[in-house]
Design a protein around this ligand. Sequence first.
Ligand code: FMN
Length: 320
Amino acid sequence: MTTLKLLDGKLRLPVICSPMFIVSYPALVAAQCKAGVVGSFPALNARDEGDLDRWLTGLKAELAQFQAANPDRPVAPFAVNQIVNPSNTRLQRDLEICMRHQVPMTITSMRAPNEVVQEIHRYGGTIIHDVINFRHAMKALESGVDGLILVAHGAGGHAGRINPIALVAEIRRHYDGPLALSGAISTGSGILAAQAMGADYAYMGTRFIATQEANATPEYKQGILDGMAADVVYTDLFSGVHANYLRSSIVAAGLDPDNLARPDDAQAGKLVFKPKAKAWKDIWGVGQGIGTISDIPDVASLVDRLEAEYRAAKERLLQL
Ligand SMILES: Cc1cc2nc3c(=O)[nH]c(=O)nc-3n(C[C@H](O)[C@H](O)[C@H](O)COP(=O)(O)O)c2cc1C
């Protein structure tokens, strides 16, 4: 185990909750951190000028107050996700706000974070980067990140194509630093499985969409309850990057998930993407872990359950 120093003694379970566009807002993040797992949100969720600054001020105050009132409980640090990509024209502005607030942990995605790493390290922040393959992992390590997130096959939202067992093993041959694994982890035994494979943390997204605190419509949450792994569609049609979406939301948008076509396929007589349906808002991102999700608890109850499942899975293994 190689852990991230800032998380030592601060977690109830080795879990980092992933940032989710449109879903992860401060209410969810605060509930996750209070429950003893890292909470995170994408900076891009803070839409209006001033939102990010306000959110960070509020989160820091709420968590500090909770920790003071509950000195014996592990309260996890929070993380902010930055999309490092030329299309993110807000990156520098958002980074400056986060640096001013000394955000404990930064999660970068898309491109190797290079110059961002130095800026985060300058104030003592921790930065981890998400990757879908070996080549991207090595590039991120060259840029000096403190840890990696491996986004394996079946993860919600933008996801890789590589089996998690293969991906972790491949990376572990060259890297023994902090490692989080993501992709369809929805249970306590899944968290333990990530560790058994060689990861230090499980990185969980979709399971937390079906919680009281998540900013998702009742229909989205119900869609997760109704869906199975086979109802997850992997396509680059909606955002330009391959991602996993819930089949029923594609159907509801008037599209045929088995015959998805690009606008220039229109002449071939196929169904075409209707711009009215918006990726993430109408076409819902989910991972293949939905088949085990059957309720919408609050975050505290969910983490209680995950911990009980995690302990039970450990005991089962000891009896082998
Ligand atoms: C609805 C949704 C939105 C997401 N938005 C982002 C995002 O804005 N930034 C990011 O780095 N990852 C995003 N992800 C990917 C997650 O960070 C993570 O890799 C994934 O949720 C883990 O797999 P799981 O959902 O199967 O647990 C998103 C995932 C989902 C399901």
